[in-house]
Design a protein around this ligand. Sequence first.
Ligand SMILES: C[S@@+](CC[C@H](N)C(=O)[O-])C[C@H]1O[C@@H](n2cnc3c(N)ncnc32)[C@H](O)[C@@H]1O
Length: 371
Amino acid sequence: MTPLEKIIIEDIRANGPMRLDRYMGLCLGHPEHGYYMRRDPFGRAGDFTTAPEISQMFGEMMGVWLADSWLKMGSPECVILLECGAGRGTLMADALRATKNVRGKHQTFHEAIDLHFLEISPTLRQMQEKAVSDFGATWHADLESLPNDLPVLIIGNEFLDALPVRQMVLGETGWAEKHININENDTLCLVNGEAQIEAKKLIVNGLLPYKLGDHIEVSPELNLTVSKIAKIISKQRGSCLLLDYGFNQNIAGDTLQAVMNHSYCSVTDSPGEADLTAHVNFSALTNLLMEEKMTVHGPVSQGDFLNRLGIGLRAEKLTQTALGSQNQKQAEDIRLALKRLTGQNTKAGEMGNLFKAIAFSNDPNIDLAGF
Ligand SMILES: C[S@@+](CC[C@H](N)C(=O)[O-])C[C@H]1O[C@@H](n2cnc3c(N)ncnc32)[C@H](O)[C@@H]1O
């Protein structure tokens, strides 16, 4: 039994079954035993790999998008660059390296940047600090402490999928909310809550009709976070780019998953030791952004987005350099990374189709790159 499992069992004994979003929040963010609190979960020795960890090309393309967006905003003299959930800081380090020669009307892109991170993990904050050590940055636990008087550029890769979800399942008697409870073996299990919930109250952001057994997922925290970002952009002007895995149409489904050592496990198996994520509903996200009066670009598949930003050309250039120094292995690695990041074969682990990119800004006249 993990230390967090003990804490959760005691909580359930005292207070009754625990709502799924609270469980997920504790598993990922419990101050002492939360999954992200003390570990580096990335890479072969960790639990999963993300796009920036696959190849420098991903972060470089994010740099292209950020610099292009800054130029299209009129290259303001000072801009807040915020990354949400930055992992090891690899994306930002690659993005900054790729943009060091970009110049605007008054100064370089780098001179304009005031760098910030939104990050819950103390371990990952330290890694981010090292990754951008030449630059200097400020870290935040929430969006409220971000400076409130400057234009913003905000980016997040695989950030939204870490935000806790609620799940409802449609049974004979109505919608029941999934909870975590204790079974006869004194271990954790998923149960349908007793409370019947009026579907109307839960069907948000334009979700469509269902059949018995269907699940819907809603993340109040995701909705709140994205609304806050939109309000910052409305007030201070700017743009935001979010990439994540998810779906475009409203499809009812149970997408909550647990991953440990690069394999799936049960959501209740090892609280605090497995990564828990849920797919992002990009259709609901688009509706939310429209309600916030944002100009929305996409969603488009990650493959299309990266191709439009020029990842193919970048791969070619890197391949020529590798071959120029007789490094066949490196050239092959570049080819494989490009395929993994942009390829359509989800079953083979290619990310081009499963992952989507969405961007939004306050200015309907700005044509953000990649869409
Ligand atoms: C799956 S990782 C993605 C990391 C990185 N963007 C990448 O692509 O490699 C999720 C990141 O979000 C952070 N995170 C999770 N929940 C968060 C929250 N509520 N607030 C801020 N950061 C959070 C994690 O610590 C981690 O850095």
